[in-house]
Design a protein around this ligand. Structure first.
Ligand code: FAD
Length: 540
């Protein structure tokens, strides 16, 4: 197979997958100058959109092609970037020999726990997964109730439950990490029902609707391979003797003997962070970001990004990613952009309002939304306790709760009013998507001054990049505080914490950010267990 980069196709030639395949075949033939019968087969490895020239938007492809006379073609084409296609298959690690006398336990079933569980189960390690929230169908019903009535279940919500924090998300699978495991994770999602395009799109996404289905299929695969999954099973304490983990307490009463626990609890398990701290697990405070969700009409973003091509079949809803460095030393950026999506109530703790965003696979909602965030450092937390960042988040979440009316309605303000420093009193042309409701007010009352000041500068800067970004009627909903973990749980190169047998992993432990990197960290952590221990056998 030969890898061929930088193949361009006009977007109008790729309106259906059959048309795209035929047009791409012709582009390959003309680039390689080979006879059609010599091109045996090809697959798309990467596909992205180049929209720099609005009147000539093209798709850019890298393909892997199987050809007759590959050696000769490679020799002739090495200057134009042709290379042999690399081996992308996942190479399982070799099991170690230490005896695993108890089944490994995974705490938390977000992407880190789910994929650690999958790898351990597939390799014969029979993991037990403990998840504090509900399985995804019950969880969905609980979340719907919260979004309709404001009745929060602190154990089963947008942050907690099967699939973890990203299950009610846009399901973006982009990541900045370049790890060969990413492909095997995408393949597992596809086997579980996700669309095949996630393997090659440069910005793949699943959407909350499909993601909810895939996590259930992955759970079943874990069970079919000897794993066990327990929902409504919150780990409430850690039993430690001579610096070795010896057991877990579940729901304050059940004791589970355990010598190996993978800790994938996410960034919102504040009670568990506190318990770990009390039990002597070492952790350090970490920088994160806070701000708001900003909502625009999707049509505004489409026109700004695609010009007159907006709406062309296959192009989809446009996205954006913006950043700004203020002379005040702070940085603002957009994060977790959800084209055609919804702003969601994402609280996991009573008396706090937290926003986030999600979209369905079709991304066909009327509005675009993204987090508009400003970075905060441990020095901003006002205390050097390792959990000071948690207290800092909570402070702004409870202020937002009060401003919203103490019923999980969120405080909101129109951008025009925010820039003019006056409270909003009426909605404009943009219809908000957040439920259970919004209270128009002034967001400066639930954000630090330096965040407000930096956001104002950033809005004007972003307006130069995307015309209309600072349009007066666009809506800002507060507060977005859970952009990443406020702590890092220390671990060594074998992924072990200062307590033997405890393996912190994923976003909550501070080693990942997003679905893909958390899943990769889960896989890597499972590999550490496999490399050390022989497969679990009940006769051990
Ligand atoms: P989590 O997914 O947070 O999972 C941790 C799990 O541990 C939870 O299910 C929790 O219930 C469980 N748990 C916690 N404490 C305990 C305990 N004591 N006992 C038992 N179980 C426990 N990222 C992207 O890459 N793309 C996106 O489009 C995207 N959109 C998002 C939208 C929303 C609304 C949210 C909230 C997040 C989004 N993210 C997105 C971020 C992404 O979800 C996280 O980065 C990712 O889920 C982190 O994975 P994790 O496994 O480390 O932790």
């Amino acid at each position: 197979m030969i890898r061929i980069p930088n193949l361009k196709l006009e977007i109008k030639k790729a309106k259906s997958s059959a048309a795209e395949k035929e047009a791409l075949k012709n582009v390959i033939l003309s680039k390689l100058k080979v006879n059609p019968k010599d091109l045996l087969a090809f697959t798309i490895f990467k596909k992205s959109i180049d929209a720099r020239k609005k009147n000539a938007i093209v798709y850019i492809y890298t393909v892997d092609a199987s050809l007759k006379n590959e050696a000769a073609i490679l020799k002739k084409g090495c200057k134009s970037g042709l290379t042999p296609s690399p081996d992308l298959s996942y190479h399982a690690v070799t099991p170690g020999s230490a005896t695993l006398d108890l089944r490994p336990v995974i705490i938390g079933m977000g992407p880190a726990g789910l994929f650690a569980g999958l790898i351990l189960a597939r390799n014969g390690y029979a993991p037990i997964i403990l998840e504090r929230g509900d399985e995804v169908t019950i969880r969905s019903a609980k979340i719907d109730t919260f979004w309709q009535t404001g009745e929060l279940d602190p154990e089963s919500n947008v942050q907690f439950g099967e699939g973890g924090a990203g299950t009610f998300s846009d399901g973006k699978l982009t990541t900045l990490i370049n790890d060969p495991r990413c492909r095997s994770i995408l393949e597992a999602f596809i086997e579980a029902g996700a669309p095949e395009e996630i393997l090659y799109l440069s910005k793949p996404h699943i959407g909350t609707d499909l993601l909810r289905e895939t996590v259930q299929t992955l759970r079943q695969e874990i069970i079919n391979n000897g794993g066990e999954v327990r929902f409504r099973a919150r780990v409430t304490d850690f039993l430690i003797q001579n610096n070795q983990l010896t057991g877990l307490i579940i729901n304050d009463y059940e004791k589970l003997d355990c010598r190996v626990a993978l800790l994938g609890i996410g960034h919102s398990a504040r009670d568990t962070f506190a318990t770990l701290y009390d039990r002597g697990v070492t952790m350090t405070p970490k920088a994160f970001s806070i701000g708001v969700r900003i909502e625009h009409p999707q049509s505004l973003i489409d026109s700004a990004q695609y010009g007159s091509a907006a709406g062309t079949t296959g192009l989809g809803a446009a996205d954006y990613k913006l950043s700004y460095h203020s002379p005040n030393g702070r940085s603002a950026y957009t994060f977790c952009m959800c084209p055609g999506g919804y702003v969601v109530a994402a609280a996991s703790e009573a008396n706090g309002v937290v926003t986030n965003g999600m979209s369905e696979h079709r991304r066909d909602g009327e509005n675009a939304n993204a987090a508009l965030l400003v970075g905060v450092q441990p020095e901003d937390f006002g205390d050097d306790h390792p959990l000071a960042g948690v207290a800092f988040q909570r402070q702004w979440e409870t202020r937002a709760f009060a401003l919203g009316g103490r019923n999980y309605h969120a405080p909101a303000q129109l951008v025009g009013d925010f820039l003019a420093d006056r409270p909003s009193t009426n909605w404009g042309s943009v219809k908000p998507t957040y439920t259970p409701g919004l209270n128009l007010t002034e967001l400066k009352d639930c954000l630090p001054d330096y965040v407000v000041a930096t956001m104002k500068e950033a809005l004007l800067h972003f307006d130069q990049k995307i015309k209309g970004f600072a349009m007066a009627d666009s809506i800002m909903t507060g507060v977005e505080t859970r952009s990443s973990s406020p702590i890092r749980i220390n671990r060594n190169n074998d992924h072990v914490a200062n307590i033997s047998g405890l393996y912190p992993m994923g976003e909550g432990a501070g080693y990942a950010g997003g679905i893909m990197s958390s899943a990769v960290d889960g896989v890597k952590t499972a590999e550490k267990i496999i490399q050390q221990y022989a497969r679990f056998s009940s006769e051990n």
